[in-house]
Design a protein around this ligand. Structure first.
Ligand SMILES: Nc1ncnc2c1ncn2[C@@H]1O[C@H](COP(=O)(O)OP(=O)(O)OP(=O)(O)O)[C@@H](O)[C@H]1O
Ligand SMILES: [Mg+2]
Length: 510
């Protein structure tokens, strides 16, 4: 994926190295600064507008009074007699203007008299529009004035001006007050934000610390236990940080369980390899021993006996290697043959084979011939499952034991049951009986080639059942041991007319 470019590059580039906390404080404070400034500017503008409007009213009032002044004698374009009237406040400017030129101008001094304006001050007043709205003019040495001109009698216009220093002072003090309040307020707000944000982000910091600690743990080998978790207080799903904490804990749980599963399977594999090599070593050692005897031409050993022993050991090894190979293939998940297999026929044949092998056991078959028990699968492998169970029933029970084999079919499944009334599986062995190389008497000598197997029979049966999407269960107590192989049924049972009742008939194998 291409990395997304951040817009507004200069700012974004500046922020890139900052922590989330710093960014949040910066963002909040700058927003506050913008809002405060906007409010302050708006207040000053509104206030200024108001003050200037008041000022204009006063200027108009002053000019109206001057206009109402009655000149005695012939009209004089330089007469400023209206300034002699009472009520003009200090700083008031009065002037006469003809053709835009100031003909006379004076200012009221603090002692109530008047002083003539300088030429520069008069020039500043020149050019006023007669009858227009008041204007702002700066009179050098006197300050900023609000001035207006109206038509007087005798052709000369009357000009009045009032100093704006009051307005200016009010606005300046307003600006100063606002600046002080805003600075103090903003500094306070920034501190509160910084503290608040730091507090709110603290759980996130703890979650990050946990993540860092877990990332540092050596996960690549060995048994992984007790990885650190985010504390329960930081996994409240109502908060964002809590959700991150909970998700991290969930992730750590998953990592821990998959790592322990990996460790378990590594241990299993190691044990399996050790067991397999051990099993193979015994017959190999025995063959090597006999070969040496033969080589030495030892007189006390009959060659045909030695030959029989070597042959028995190599048969045993071949069987073991074939079992291991089959297990490896099943583990690998290689596809099995898929054909319709009639379990009734398969089980009957296997029981006949077992009976033919002898051993002094009593074999019974319980089959429902009216109900076909068909599964889809590999006939040879399924035969092996039954053969292994029957071999166990023969090998691990004394002669005279009755072995009953039944096939049942439900709508969805077929079940093969192999039951015997032998001594049962030792309780200590029962939980792990389907594991590889599990057998009751592990110390039994294989050198003689008699009796026990390698402990792979049930593991193979379970793996084959699993490869057919089925399973194998066992129940065992002295006098009753039952293995049940459950496999999914091939198709829905064909409709059987309910005319002839078909009882389950325990049949003794021929
Ligand atoms: N029907 C049974 N009655 C009593 N014990 C049994 C029975 N079936 C299995 N067991 C016990 O379970 C163990 C494991 O059986 P499994 O078939 O896996 O191995 P095995 O028979 O010893 O060797 P293998 O089948 O590889 O030749 C046996 O060694 C035996 O102790
Ligand atoms: Mg067996």
């Amino acid at each position: 994926m291409r990395p997304r470019r951040t817009r507004g590059l200069p700012v974004a580039a500046g922020l890139r190295g900052l922590s989330l906390r710093a960014r949040l404080v910066l963002f909040t404070t700058s927003t506050l600064v913008v809002v405060c400034t906007a409010m302050a500017v708006a207040t000053v503008l509104v206030q200024r507008h108001q003050l200037v409007a008041d000022m204009d009213a006063r200027v108009r009032e002053a000019v109206a009074r001057m206009q109402g002044y009655v000149q005695y004698g012939a009209p004089d374009a330089t007469d400023l007699g209206f300034l002699n009237e009472h009520g003009h406040r200090t700083g008031t400017v009065g002037a006469r203007m003809a053709d835009g030129e100031i003909t006379a101008a004076e200012v009221v001094t603090p002692d109530g008299r008047h002083r003539a304006l300088t030429a520069a001050q008069r020039d500043a007043l020149a050019g006023l529009a007669v009858g227009g709205s008041p204007r702002t003019r700066t009179l050098p040495g006197l300050g900023v004035y609000r001035v207006t001109a109206v038509q007087g009698d005798g052709g000369a216009a009357v000009v009045a001006g009032l100093p704006m220093d009051g307005v200016q002072e009010t606005l300046s003090s307003l600006v100063v007050t606002e600046a002080v309040i805003a600075s103090v307020g903003l500094a306070g707000a920034a501190c509160v934000c910084a503290v608040g944000i730091r507090r709110q982000l603290r759980p996130l910091g703890r979650v990050a610390a946990t993540a860092v600690e877990v990332a540092r743990a050596p996960l690549s080998r060995g048994e992984i236990t007790q990885l650190t978790r985010v504390a329960a207080a930081d996994t409240d799903s109502r908060t964002e940080a809590g959700r991150v904490g909970a998700a991290l804990n969930h992730l750590i749980d998953r990592v821990e369980s998959s790592l322990s599963e990996r460790q378990r399977s590594e241990d299993r594999m190691r044990r399996f390899l050790a067991d397999a090599s051990h099993e193979l070593r015994t017959p190999l050692a025995s063959i090597a021993g006999y070969a040496e005897l033969m080589g030495r031409g030892a007189a006390q050993v009959e060659p045909h006996v030695v030959w029989r022993r070597i042959s028995a050991q190599s048969t045993r090894m071949t069987g073991l290697v074939e079992d291991l190979l089959l297990l490896a293939r099943l583990d690998e998940g290689r596809p099995l043959e898929k054909a319709e297999v009639n379990l009734t026929t398969l089980v009957a044949e296997a029981v006949w084979d077992a009976q033919a092998a002898g051993g002094g056991h009593l074999w019974e078959l319980a089959l429902r011939l009216d109900e076909p028990a068909t599964v889809t699968g590999d006939a040879a492998r399924l035969h092996q499952v039954v053969a292994n169970l029957l071999a166990n029933a023969r090998a691990h029970t004394p002669p005279g034991t009755t072995v009953t084999v039944a096939v049942e079919a439900t709508d969805t499944h077929c079940v093969i049951r192999v039951r015997d009334d032998g001594p049962g599986i030792p309780p200590a062995l029962l939980p792990s009986v389907f594991e590889r190389f599990t057998r009751a008497d592990a110390s039994r000598s294989r050198v003689t080639g008699q009796g026990g197997g390698s402990g792979l029979g049930l593991a193979i049966a379970a793996a084959i059942a699993q490869a057919h999407a089925g399973r194998i269960d066992v129940e065992s107590e002295p006098g009753r041991t039952e293995f049940a192989v459950t496999l999914p049924r091939a198709t829905a049972p064909p409709h059987v007319p309910p005319a002839s009742p078909a009882p389950a008939t325990p049949a003794t194998a021929p």
